[in-house]
Each structure stands twice: as C-alpha cells, then as structure tokens.
Design a protein around this ligand. Structure first.
Ligand code: NAD
Length: 338
C-alpha cells in the first residue's frame, strides 16, 4: 500500500495561518493546559554542538513529542542554530523542521518548515506567561534583541497586553532595532536604542531574546511590580532572579538539563530552591496563582518545548489539507519486506 505525506514549504506554512498570533497563543496555552493534565509526553530535548576550533559553531536539537487529548498527535522537531549564519546574516540563525506522524500506523503524515513556527511559538509561550504574570495595566515594555524572536515578541506582547503604549527596543545592531520600529510603526510606538539600561529601566515588562552568552540585565534596573521574560539562558544577572517573587518556567525538566541557564545555576549553587520554580502549566490549570498584587516581580524563562511546535504543526497541517496547500510526497509505492 502506497504511503504518502504532505510537504509544506515555508510559504505553505504561512498560507496555512502561522502568522496568526491570536491562534498561536491559544494553541500554546492549550499545551500548557494539557501538560498540567498529564496529556503531553515531551522528554528533554537531545542536543549536541559541532565544534569548529575551540567552541561549538552549530547546535542540533531533537525534540520528540506526543500530544494527547483531542489532538492525539506524535511528532518531532529537528531544530538547529548556527553561529556562522548569525554572523554572516544571509541565512536564519535558527533553521527547524517539524515532522508529524500518525499515532496508530506511525506513518509520517507531514513534514514542514518549522522556522516560523518556532519564532511564533517561542514568543507565544512568553505571551501566555505574560497573560497570567504581567502587571494588568502595563504601559511600557523594555525589549532586548531585535532578531527573529524580537519581532514575534512584539506581536505576542501586543496581543496579551493591549494596554502597552510603548516598546523600547535595544540591539547591539541599532539598525535592526530601527527596522523593527519601522515595521511596527502603524501598530505601536517602538523606540530603538543600543543601551540595555535605557530599554529596561522603568519598564513594566522586560523581555530579552538575544544570542548573548553573558548576563547584561542588572537588578537595579528592574522596577517593582514588573515582569521579566528571559528567552535565552543567562541574559539577566543572578540578582534579578533573587529579586523575583515568582520564577516560572515552561518546563523545569528541560531547563535543568541546560548548564547555561542562570536559574539552573542558582539552583545548583543552592541560592534558590527547586520547589520555588513553578511550571506555567500549574498556573494555566489554576493549581497555582498568577500575579497576586501590583508590587511583586515575576519572571518567566523558557527552554522551549517541542509540544508547542507539534500542536501548531498539527493545526497547520489540517488547515493545509482544507486549503489544498503543500505538495504530496510518496514515501513508497509498495513497502519492501512487509
Ligand atoms: N526558549 C526558546 O524556546 C527559544 C526558542 C528559539 C530561540 N531562543 C533563543 O532566543 C534567542 C534569540 O533568537 P533569535 O532567533 O531571535 O536570534 P537572532 O540572531 O535573530 O537575534 C538575536 C539578536 O540579539 C542581538 N544581541 C546579541 N547580544 C546582544 C546584547 N548583549 N545586547 C543586545 N542585543 C544583543 C543580536 O544583535 C541579534 O539582533 C537565542 O538565544 C535563541 O537561542 C529560545
């Protein structure tokens, strides 16, 4: 029996609706809900780096997942990040593929570009966290990093924090911040800067999404009652974490495998207790409270969950089938040795 699957290039993924941030937020929140109800199998990702010279120049991540409930979809994301691409700038820093399988026959049903899915779901996880943990009347966001996630973070924050009036956006490359300011000029005021202090000081929501391997956000710049979102591992210094009343993560199982994570390092050093790190799924499911007052400082940090990619991939695949998008590929006409 012939085995066919749908191949979706990036343009098909976009035509199927991946840029609809409202929908992506809904799907990502559903994963946190299902995770809290034991319906997600999402083992820690496997990662390796390929060294060229002293340090790894590229990293590869394998992220297998099963989503239960009414989704019932196994799949995996094969993700990769390249320092060379980040330096040269003619290819994306992160390049990802999403593969979906049939839960019963285990045949692959779809393979699609996962780059835009990754960008959207990463910011959406932060957006879901902000829905529960950001100050209710947030006016100003201080964002650091005007790359791929910098763009989707603005999309997510605008959706979940409609009270936002201004975004101060810092990047080492000021031109990238200026370009994003221009891109969003009809939607929200974005003020480009190359000073992290200027971007972060006094902000109601601070969000970092850079490729920096060293902390650069100082605790003195964090105001009472704000929310901090850290998308990479160690962009905020330890003092920021110590100042935080609620430390919330997407998946502690994933984060504790990451030696670069500032939260993980502080747990290892005994500066914070593992029990004080909450899972966002507990808040989404109502087992733990979100923001409780105007004064507390909250923090969300993520390592990234394949389950977010797979639930979005599943949705986009179904939309593609409805809209006639993508290209059918044949895995075999008649399988050998059946
Ligand atoms: N947690 C997750 O699920 C997840 C998923 C995807 C990416 N990420 C992480 O998010 C980060 C951003 O990814 P991206 O795809 O947007 O990368 P990108 O290369 O598109 O953008 C990164 C930006 O950060 C800027 N930058 C680097 N160091 C800086 C500093 N010290 N101060 C100010 N700006 C600085 C760069 O100039 C660049 O514009 C990466 O660390 C990536 O690993 C996390």
């Amino acid at each position: 029996m012939k085995s066919e699957l749908l191949f979706m290039k990036q343009e098909d993924v976009i035509a199927a609706g991946v840029l609809d941030m409202k929908k992506i937020l809904e799907l990502v929140e559903k994963v946190f809900y299902l995770q809290g109800h034991g319906q997600i199998i999402n083992p820690p990702k496997t990662v390796f780096g390929i060294p060229i010279g002293e340090e790894p120049q590229s990293h590869f991540f394998s992220m297998p997942v099963y989503i239960g409930g009414d989704i019932n979809r196994p799949g995996t994301k094969w993700a990769a990040e390249s320092r060379a691409n980040a330096k040269i700038g003619n290819l994306p820093m992160g390049i990802d593929m999403v593969i979906l399988s049939d839960p019963v026959t285990v045949q692959p049903v779809a393979i699609m570009d996962g780059m835009v899915i990754t960008a959207m779901r990463t910011a959406a996880a932060a957006g879901v966290a902000a829905k529960y943990l950001a100050p209710k009347d947030a006016q100003v966001a201080g964002c650091v990093g005007a790359g791929v996630i910098g763009r989707t973070m603005i999309m997510a924050l605008r959706e979940v924090a409609p009270s936002l009036k201004q975004i101060k956006l810092c990047d080492l490359n000021l031109e990238k911040a200026q370009n994003l300011a221009n891109e969003f000029k009809d939607e929200i005021e974005v003020i480009p800067t190359n000073s992290v202090e200027e971007a972060v000081t006094g902000a109601d929501i601070v969000a970092t999404m850079t490729t920096s391997k060293k902390p650069f956000v100082k605790s003195d710049w964090i105001k009472k009652g704000s929310m901090i979102i850290q998308m990479s591992s160690c962009e905020v210094e330890g003092g920021v974490v110590e100042k935080t009343e609620k430390i919330v993560v997407d998946s502690w199982d994933q984060m504790k495998e990451n030696d670069l994570s500032i939260i993980n390092q502080m747990v290892q050093q005994g500066k914070i207790a593992e029990a004080d790190i909450w899972s966002l799924s507990d808040i989404v499911c109502g087992n733990k409270p979100g923001r409780e007052n105007n004064d507390e400082i909250t923090m969300f940090s993520s390592r990234g969950m394949g389950a977010h990619d797979i639930i979005i991939g599943d949705y986009l695949y179904k939309e593609a089938v409805k809209k006639g998008l993508g290209q059918k590929l044949t895995l075999w006409d008649e399988a050998l040795w059946v």
